[in-house]
Design a protein around this ligand. Structure first.
Ligand code: SF4
Length: 386
């Protein structure tokens, strides 16, 4: 596992001439910056390749964590870190203002993340991976915002910009206390945002760049942070069961099973809807637009809210109260306005269309079953020579 968290080829691909010179060379900004990833940075961003070597560097083996009573507190913390993710609550870091009070806190932050990954790999459940990645990305988001907006200590904002670049490929340019993102990148990252404030017309544009506040710049790339952490976990090999970890792993498996919805929609659903259900069943993150499509489709088909809500239970950021509220809102129970399922055209643009031959000619997913039956009728009539 540790090896897979070492610098990857992508990590080094910032710029031709400097790539390969080391993981601390970063040339994705205005100038080449040598960044030292200290312990504070590893604690804030434990998914960084540099943090992956921490166990090794400190001379610990995984087996010791299963048997050493002194190290048990770290394993407990790792378990709590995962459980916080399954509850949808952001893990409360012991760092204050991005700094630790001592070595013990720093070690605890870094080790608990790495051991959490080991536990997740042993539990081998996608729900845990997704929820953990989402939770950790939110934790990192808060630190990234603080670091990016630090105008006193340039190394902090450089580090934040490097991380944003590494996870999203987007270059945040810092100029006179302004944070600029190329319009093309902005459009890619904001395409699944529906709030008005994210529309291009509501943004300040200057010379091909969008001007954003630090928190918005970080929010814009949150989904790529989730993907980055997910992929780092997925790429880690599954270790052998570590004696002493068995009970925790069994409890994590049970928790993941509990979170997996048993409810499966049957009947004639269009491919886009089937795909959305599959994504949720796999514990993966369905974008807001996909959830909107799925909910409005099922509501229009007459499914009761109580039967739709469990479908979202496996979403990494599931919150029962908010889900129920949103479903009621979409069903028109809050305002009297019932929301309609988006058109196939819109879903195509949003990357949510997975059309098959059976979709032929329909303009809205709600037409799927009806149109198919009509085509069948026509075929039957033709076969009968009518
Ligand atoms: S064509 Fe329409 S119904 Fe078919 S998959 Fe695409 S969006 Fe869904």
């Amino acid at each position: 596992m540790v090896d897979t968290l070492l610098p990857t080829p992508e990590w080094r691909s910032c710029n031709g001439p400097v790539s390969g010179r080391g993981p601390f060379i970063y040339a994705g900004c205005q100038s080449c910056i040598m960044l030292h990833v200290g312990k504070d940075e590893k604690a804030k961003y434990p998914f960084l390749p540099e943090a992956g070597k921490f166990l090794q560097d400190q001379g610990f083996s995984l087996a010791e964590f299963g048997t050493d009573p002194v190290l048990k507190v770290i394993v407990d913390k790792a378990y709590e870190r995962i459980m916080a993710a399954t509850r949808g609550s952001v893990y409360r870091s012991a760092l204050v203002g991005g700094k630790a009070t001592g070595d013990h806190t720093l070690n605890m932050e870094i080790f608990s993340f790495l051991i959490a990954i080991v536990l997740i790999k042993l539990a081998n459940h996608n729900t845990l991976v997704q929820r953990f990645a989402l939770n950790e990305s939110r934790r990192a988001e808060a630190f990234l915002t603080g670091d990016l907006s630090d105008t006193q200590d340039r190394s902090r904002s450089d580090m934040a910009r490097r991380i944003i670049h590494d996870v999203s490929g987007t270059q945040v340019v810092q100029s006179n206390h302004r944070y600029l993102i190329p319009v093309a990148d902005y459009l890619i990252h904001s395409k699944s945002f529906h709030e008005r404030e994210w529309k291009l017309v509501n943004r300040e544009v200057d010379g091909g760049y969008i001007i954003l506040k630090p928190d918005k710049a970080v929010r814009l790339v949150r989904h790529t942070l989730v993907t980055y952490i997910t992929s780092r976990i997925n790429k880690s090999p599954v270790p052998e069961m570590i004696p002493g970890f068995e009970v925790m792993v069994a409890q994590l498996v049970a928790e993941a099973e509990r979170l997996t919805p048993k409810y499966v929609v049957t009947g004639v659903n269009p491919p886009c809807v089937e795909h959305a259900i599959k994504v949720l069943e796999g514990g993966e993150n369905l974008p807001h637009s996909g959830r909107f499509m799925l909910a409005t489709f099922l509501l229009s088909r007459g499914k009761p809210i109580a039967e739709i809500a469990p479908l979202f239970r496996n979403a990494p950021d599931y919150n029962e109260r908010i889900t129920m509220y949103q479903l009621k809102h979409l069903a028109g129970e809050k305002t009297g306005t019932k929301y309609m399922c988006p058109s196939c055209n819109k879903l195509r643009i949003q990357g949510l269309c997975f059309a098959t031959e059976e979709c032929d000619g329909i303009t809205n997913p709600l037409q799927f079953g009806r149109r198919r039956m009509a085509a069948g009728d026509v075929a039957a009539q033709e076969a009968a020579g009518r």
